[in-house]
Ligand binder design. Structure first.
Ligand code: FES
Length: 133
């Protein structure tokens, strides 16, 4: 059975953005897919804004490492692009729907693979907020 991926999914799969390790990340989040056992880790570097409200801090850099299928790689790549340059408040609101939408949609059978991207990002942000208390 072949799966119909959008052009954007294929582009991000063959040319993933922001893939690889990050030295000294400010936040790390890992999410897994229990259906297939695949896993994704997202690391963020954050620039603190003035004041006590960490929601205004800016996600300066994002990196991912993903063990997964084409949909998992493409959604990892896309979530890093969406989060880069956003405030913590904005990045927290990035959803699975946003990621899939930016990729021109995902085949229904692959939607579960894309859950990991937004989950891992949200966990990395939580980790950052915990550490910066
Ligand atoms: Fe495992 Fe897609 S099949 S993430």
């Amino acid at each position: 059975m072949s799966i119909d991926y959008s052009e954007k999914v294929i582009k991000h799969f063959f040319n993933p953005q922001n893939m690889g390790k990050m030295e000294d990340p400010d936040g790390v989040g890992t999410a897994g897919n229990i259906a297939c056992g695949d896993e994704m880790t997202i690391c963020i570097k954050v620039k603190g804004a003035a004041g006590d409200d960490r929601e205004n801090d800016v996600v300066e850099d994002v990196r991912f490492e993903t063990l997964g299928c084409a949909a998992a790689i493409a959604t990892s790549s896309m979530v890093t692009e969406l989060a880069k340059g956003k405030t913590i408040k904005e990045a927290k609101q990035i959803s699975l729907k946003d990621v899939a939408g930016e990729l021109g949609g995902l085949p229904p059978i692959k939607m579960h693979c894309s859950n990991m991207a937004a989950d891992a990002l949200h966990k990395a942000i939580e980790d950052y907020l915990q550490k910066s208390k």
